[in-house]
Design a protein around this ligand. Structure first.
Ligand code: FMN
Length: 367
């Protein structure tokens, strides 16, 4: 296999051009992030609602303070497990403590902030305490990329250190389109948008903004295809779920191993965005229009139909329950590749397969 080229983002040279996608509510926390960083990719801790499964959170109280403490702890633990790796934090614009999560990350040694679920127009303003932290917005169109780069340059004299393009028809979690009907539009497809972005970065910025593509990247063929479109790297999330190191409960991982064709559904998130999820009892009830928990536990989102209109469901609670293994009442976010998991593997095995073609040997979840 030909070697993969390293990826340069800001002042960091990433030996293997793979960012592990942030997976919120503690699906990607210190263990997964450190394991990926140790293999030469970028390990990403997702900042959203870290507190819920932490020792700092008392039900109904201190949600925001606990998030800060939990994030500091996750960063310290990841750093201890991967002293030489590159560790970043995923901070979503749509959450109320976005600014606090960015500031805390930057002050506590995050080498990269990856930020989406809205356009991170003010991100540089919150990251001034360490100019070495690379800032990487997630976008889903050339229009958004142009607007953001222009705005950052005008207001902050700074350009994004890279951009992640997330294909809404393949990625997991919240998807960067307003309605489910836009998911299949060609204008948001990887094969359309990545070459446009690469050309724009080359002609306008002399390739200073490397494009990283996300959504549906699973094997070496997908990575080679992404690079052939002009991307300089890929972001992969779902592939890392069924690993020993993924921070979610084993029942969460088992749901992926059990998933069959047709088990991936689109739900309306209270954040006002479509989300891709595994079919569970929870999504069955939701899609039937039945009753699911609407008690807001965290006031986590800037705009939330659950908190404001008592509609849909409490997303923090649903995602937290799934991460803890309660699949009956929990929401399991997934990318479009959910059914490709057949067992548990180590993060190292995935990298060995991607770099050298050594086949992974998935095993059943112990116990
Ligand atoms: C379980 C899960 C949780 C996710 N949570 C977040 C998140 O908190 N913030 C975010 O920006 N993206 C989130 N995503 C999107 C991923 O970071 C990633 O960009 C996308 O899923 C890539 O597609 P793939 O899963 O096919 O590799 C999540 C995805 C999954 C599967």
């Amino acid at each position: 296999m030909t070697p993969l080229p390293p990826l340069r983002i800001g002042e960091y040279t990433i030996p293997v051009p793979i960012l592990q996608g942030g997976m919120g509510v503690r699906v990607s926390a210190h263990r997964l992030a450190a394991a990926v960083a140790n293999e030469g990719g970028v390990g990403i801790i997702a900042a959203v609602a870290l507190s819920l499964a932490s020792r700092y959170y008392e039900k109904g109280r201190d949600y925001y303070r606990a998030n800060v403490k939990a994030l500091i702890e996750e960063l310290e633990t990841a750093r201890a497990l991967s002293p030489n790796g590159i560790i970043g934090v995923n901070c979503m614009v749509a959450i109320r403590d976005f600014e606090a999560m960015v500031r805390t990350s930057v002050e506590n040694g995050a080498q990269m902030i990856v930020s989406g679920a809205g356009l991170p127009l003010r991100l540089p303003e919150f990251a001034t305490s360490n100019p070495r932290t690379a800032l990487v917005p997630i976008i889903s169109s050339l229009r958004a990329a142009k607007l953001l780069a222009k705005r950052w340059h005008k207001l902050y004299k700074r350009l994004p250190d890279a951009m992640v393009f997330e294909d809404p028809n393949r990625a997991g979690g919240h998807l960067g389109v307003k309605t489910a009907s836009q998911l299949f539009a060609k204008e948001y497809d990887t094969d359309t948008v990545v070459p446009e972005l690469a050309e724009w970065s080359r002609t306008e910025y002399g390739d200073e903004i490397p494009i990283v593509t996300a959504g549906g990247v699973w094997d070496r063929h997908d990575i080679d295809h992404a690079l052939s479109l002009g991307a300089k790297g890929v972001q992969m999330a779902s592939r890392f779920i069924c690993t020993f190191e993924c921070d979610a409960h084993d029942r969460f991982k088992q749901a992926f191993i059990d998933a069959k064709e047709g088990d991936v559904v689109i739900v309306d998130s209270p954040a006002g965005l479509p989300g891709r999820a595994l079919k569970t009892s929870f999504t069955n009830t939701l899609l039937r229009g039945g009753e699911v928990a609407t008690n807001c536990i965290a006031t986590c989102l800037e705009a939330c139909r659950c908190r404001e209109e008592k509609e849909t469901f409490c997303i923090a609670l649903a995602l937290h329950r799934a991460q803890q293994g309660d699949l009956e009442n929990g929401l399991v976010f997934t990318g479009s590749n959910a059914t490709r998991h057949t067992g548990l593997v180590h993060v190292r095995d995935i990298f060995q397969e991607l770099l050298y073609g050594i086949p992974v040997r998935p095993v059943p979840i112990p116990g």
